[in-house]
Design a protein around this ligand. Sequence first.
Ligand SMILES: NC(=O)c1ccc[n+]([C@@H]2O[C@H](COP(=O)([O-])OP(=O)(O)OC[C@H]3O[C@@H](n4cnc5c(N)ncnc54)[C@H](OP(=O)(O)O)[C@@H]3O)[C@@H](O)[C@H]2O)c1
Length: 351
Amino acid sequence: MKAVIAEQIGTWSEVLKITDWPPIEDLPPKALHVQTSACGMGFPDLLQVEGKYQLKAEPPFVPAASVTGKILAIGAEVDPSAFKVGDRVAGHAVADLSGNMRGGLSEEALLFADLAVHVPDFINDTVVLSMHDNYWDVHHAISTCGQVGPEDTLLVLGASGACGMAAIDLGKAFGAKVIACASTPSKLKACQRAGADQVLNYGEDASYEDFLAKLKENDLYGKINVVFDPVGGGYGEAAFRAMAPAGRYVLFGFASGGTDPKSAFPNFPINLLLMKGQRIIGSMGSSRGAKITEMFQMVKEGLLKPGAGIQSDSAPTYGLENFLDAFRAIATRQAIGKVVVKVESKAASDL
Ligand SMILES: NC(=O)c1ccc[n+]([C@@H]2O[C@H](COP(=O)([O-])OP(=O)(O)OC[C@H]3O[C@@H](n4cnc5c(N)ncnc54)[C@H](OP(=O)(O)O)[C@@H]3O)[C@@H](O)[C@H]2O)c1
């Protein structure tokens, strides 16, 4: 079976190899064994290979935690009324019985059944991987935490990232005016394809002062009701200062810190919260169950367009053969949206 293996923890460009790897034989009791159709990758997958992510993986392991495919077998403790062989699912990769993660960069993978979801026929692989888990997490962030609605102007930082794209799409679906901020013209174009009403280029290393000045030039100062912030740092501080009275600041991540997230903890002047009646809300949850079904239905009705931002004639395509290009795009801040790697299995699938 073809698989990309991290034989040891280390620099991604040195330790990852494509190789023949033994098929999965012994199934952990709470796992689904799937024939991989595609996997979605982001910065955490790269950090995991380098041993810098909070969830450690024991080498040798197959990277890429977000996976979609068809079920080949079901673990002994999985509710048989919930899943059956042949179902199309998406979920999180887990380790095999030897403790080695079996992720999506392989013809077969293992998923944690409790967090797996059925994928309806009208949802293609790019769409479901653009949604998994970003739409579940961002739905919680901007709906439950940010309470975004039709009266609101939503400022999305890191808007061309996997979660930023979800925030643009969900923000529009909730009726808000969405301002998307990203660092390059091609990323801003992707944000427009994803549905942003207005885009702002904050540059790759804009200072807090430059970004604040840009928000003022664009007549946004004091007019932003909700900020969705997956990047932190100076970008976050400028956005915080530009919030309207009673604004809600949803703190979601610190991507601008790269491998040192602490360096991107924003320095907020909290006296403004008091003076302007504003709130900072940390978001670390996920909308699940009925909300996921609702989001799939919204895709069917054209109310959500996951993956719209990454679909263009010039968008790169990735497969197992050029998996290193996918890692390179993530490592060099070139990736747009969720990086989707298609996996063509040699095994005949008559499921
Ligand atoms: N709280 C939660 O529940 C939750 C859930 C999922 C993810 N997260 C966190 O949210 C953050 C974003 O996740 P994501 O999946 O959207 O990541 P992503 O796809 O890699 O996007 C991150 C974005 O951050 C921007 N960025 C700014 N400075 C950067 C830097 N120095 N290096 C790399 N990117 C930089 C990039 O856009 P520009 O180049 O345009 O700035 C990029 O598009 C991560 O920190 C992640 O851990 C939180």
